[in-house]
Design a protein around this ligand. Structure first.
Ligand code: GAR
Length: 222
């Protein structure tokens, strides 16, 4: 008989690994951050958000981080002369927090990925990649712009894609996708709402799948 309060036995100790350490990069409202925090709070993702970087001053996402007691940083792109210098500043900012995985969460700047971070960064994009990449992904294609492009192309289905970030903008290998049908009456706004609703389950599922398949993420970089 046990009362549930006894100390763990020797065999039990050491079997529990620490939660995955996630760092988020954002530029906007922080809805994706809120969704991941809620998923973690429900016990559906064994992870901790250890730090947040925003490329935009005053982004609501920084307030979301602050309210959750998560350290937030501002790294504005215009303070740097190149994407590479900006990216280095982002990595240097996050390194003290020792993240296992970086997650782009409504992040609208180009990241240059050096070898030490290859395979350690995921993005979520609100379109089906790679097939919609030519018209609905890449620089300046975010939010309703993406959905307007999907409608203009006459697509009958769209969705969201979680993919590995590499040095081609919005073009790294997909990890997981969610598909939704496009209805005749859809507008960019109605599509945006349905796609984001699908993203709420997709991003946590993709993270779980990715970290499960890549235990080496817990190891040293480079
Ligand atoms: C999401 O729909 C995500 O797919 C999109 O930004 C939204 C999240 O931003 N990302 C992109 O368009 C990246 N190219 P939020 O969390 O600030 O609402």
């Amino acid at each position: 008989m046990t009362d549930g309060n006894e100390a763990p036995s020797r065999l039990d100790t050491g079997s529990k690994v620490d939660p995955w350490r996630l760092a988020l990069l954002l530029s906007g409202t922080g809805r994706t951050l809120e969704n991941l925090l809620a998923t973690i709070a429900r016990g559906e993702l064994d992870a901790r958000v250890v730090a947040v970087v925003s490329s935009v001053a005053g982004a609501r996402g920084l307030q979301v981080a602050d309210s959750a007691g998560i350290r937030g940083y501002l790294v504005p792109r215009r303070a740097f002369e190149s994407d590479a210098a900006f990216s280095t500043a982002v990595y240097d900012t996050l390194m003290p927090h020792q993240p296992h995985l970086l997650l782009l969460a409504g992040f609208l700047r180009r990241l240059v990925v050096p070898p030490a971070w290859e395979g350690r960064i995921l993005n979520i994009h609100p379109a089906l990649l790679p097939e919609a990449a030519a018209y609905a992904a890449g620089r300046g294609r975010y939010g309703v712009h993406v959905h307007a492009a999907v409608l203009a192309n006459g697509d009958t289905r769209t969705g969201a894609t979680v993919h590995i970030v590499d040095n081609d903008y919005d073009a790294g290998p997909p990890v997981l996708r969610a598909e939704i049908p496009v209805a005749p009456h859809d507008t960019p706004a109605t599509l945006a709402a349905r796609v984001f609703a699908a993203e709420r389950a997709l991003y946590p599922a993709a993270i779980r799948r990715y970290v499960t398949a890549h235990p080496e993420l817990r190891g040293d970089r480079g």
